[in-house]
Structures are given as structure tokens and as C-alpha cells.
Ligand binder design. Sequence first.
Ligand code: CP
Ligand code: NVA
Length: 336
Amino acid sequence: NSHFQGKSFLKESDFTKKELETLIDLAAHFKYLKQNNIPHHYLQGKNIALLFEKTSTRTRSSFTVAANDLGAHAEFLGKNDIQFGKKESLEDTAKVFGRMYDGIEYRGFSQNIVEGLAKYSGVPVWNGLTDEWHPTQMLADFLTIKEQFKQLEGVTLAYMGDGRNNVANSLLVTGAILGVNVHIVAPKSLQPTAEIQSLAAQKAAVSGASLLVTDDVAQGVAGVDVLYTDVWASMGEEETFEARIKLLTPYQINAQLVALTHNDNVIVLHDLPAFHDLNTTMSQEIYDKFGISEMEITDEVFHAPYAYQFDQAENRLHTIKAVMAATLGNLFIPEM
Ligand code: CP
Ligand code: NVA
């Protein structure tokens, strides 16, 4: 049997360190094949459903291009285009998808939906982001870190800002599994829940990662190798912007904060989209209301040579390809 075959990719804690490392290394291999124009049609003839209840640039494009590169066809199903959610239940929709598609990507709100799709469809389901987790993002993030530091174990990452969102949850737990030290630097009201912290602590006890949750910025960033941030209000939470701006301004990644790492080799990551200039309609609206043009990261840091967010974005393609090929493809991976 090929390991991963037929499995879903719903959340990081379902996987071991070795499994996550294997997917990251497989992604690096696919990156090499892509860069050298070497065909890799491991999903020839397969059909993939891309179900999106929230908007997306990177995740949708990665699944679409990865499916094409692997020889599969991807069909985009936006929430307003299908019966699901209004006229048809999760169970019925999943059963129909399972009769037609070989694999399903889901992005939306509830983790229960992505779990339900896997339960009722009988085909591999891949989580393209829920309110709780963003697991495909993690593979890209840790591939990017591995590219820069040549290893994962012992690297220290500080995540700044909204410590309760999907990306923060995923970074804390995935870092803990992989042996990457993770600091969540966030105000008390936006720190990870007790449940997430205890799950991460269990994983860290196995890997030896050291974890820190603090509202003290200087302590949280001292000596770290990676500074990471995400939007201050996630999709569906836009009404919290005013409160978040007040709460999170001290956690902004700016030149002063970068200097507080006291590490000349520090890199900056952001999963994107980022709020750093006035070049979007949303940032214009925020500027008109609150008079600020930068939120979680300054434009200066966003354009600094040590900011790797576009490598990270490209790596979404290679890592999503690895997940689809491993779980659905005609590709042998030994049992582990
Ligand atoms: N980082 C990420 O998931 O981007 P999209 O929302 O554009 O897919
Ligand atoms: N936390 C963000 C991530 C976007 C990729 C959100 O959920 O909107």
C-alpha cells in the first residue's frame, strides 16, 4: 500500500512529524519538477471539486494549477453557484460529490463541514481553510522556512497579532509537531484557547519544541528566526477591525520590532493577503475611517529583502500538489 492513499487532509494534528515532513519534502520535489519542466501527471483523468464558501486567490489558484499540472481537471464551485447550504444538506451534497469527483477541496467557515464532506463523500477531502485550521498553508510555510534555514528542528518562529485565528492555531500545533519552537505574541484576549494550547503542548512534549504564549512583545521576539503575521480581522470578522486596531497596534511587524529580534538573519513571513498600503478598496475604507494605511505589517518591512511572503505564496502550489498526489495519485510512498 502507498501511504496517504485515500486519506483526507483536514487538520495537522491528524498527522505525525514524519508524515508532515514527507509531504514537505515531496513538495520540494514537485517544485524541482515544475522548475525543470519535467511532467508529473500523477492524477491523469481525475476530477477535483473546489468548493469555496469564502474568497481566495492563492488557495484556489494553487489547487487549479496543481490539478492541471498533475493531469486532473478541477471544477470551481462557488457557494452561490450550487445548492449546498440553502436547498441541499451537507450529507446529500457530499454523497453526490463522492459519486462524481475523485477528490474535494473545501474552504469555508466550520471545520465540521470539511469533516462531514470527508465522512459522507468517501473520497479524499482537503481543507483549504476553515475558521479553525489552515493546514495546506502550513506545508507551504514550513517548506519556505526549510528553504531558508536548511532544517526545521530548532528554528524559532514568533507569530504576531491575532493569536486566535486559523493561522495562529495551525502554526502553534504544526510547529509543535515538527519540533519548531513557536511563540504566539498576542494580547491576552486574542491568545489561543486552552484547548489549542493543550493540544500543542502534547505535541511539543513528543517533538521537544518549546512553545511560548505571551503578550510581551520584547520577550516574544527576542532571538527568533522567523517573524510571522496575518490579517488582524479574518474573513467573516470584518466588523472587529476598529477594536482590533486598538488592541493589535503594538504587535505590528515594523522596522523597530524587527530590530527587537536582535537577529541579523531573521526572515518575515505573511500568508497573504496583507494590509500594508492604500492600494486596495478595503484599505482605503479603513484609512477613511481610522486614518491608518498599515496594519499588521508596514510597507517598509513588506518590501524588505528579508520578507519571503511571495516564496511562501508560490510554495502553496507545490505543497497542495504534494497533498493531492500523495492522497489520490498514482505515486508510491512507503508505509510509515
Ligand atoms: N493565504 C491564503 O490562503 O490565501 P487566499 O485566501 O488568497 O487563498
Ligand atoms: N486568517 C485569515 C487567513 C487568510 C488566508 C483569514 O481567515 O481570513
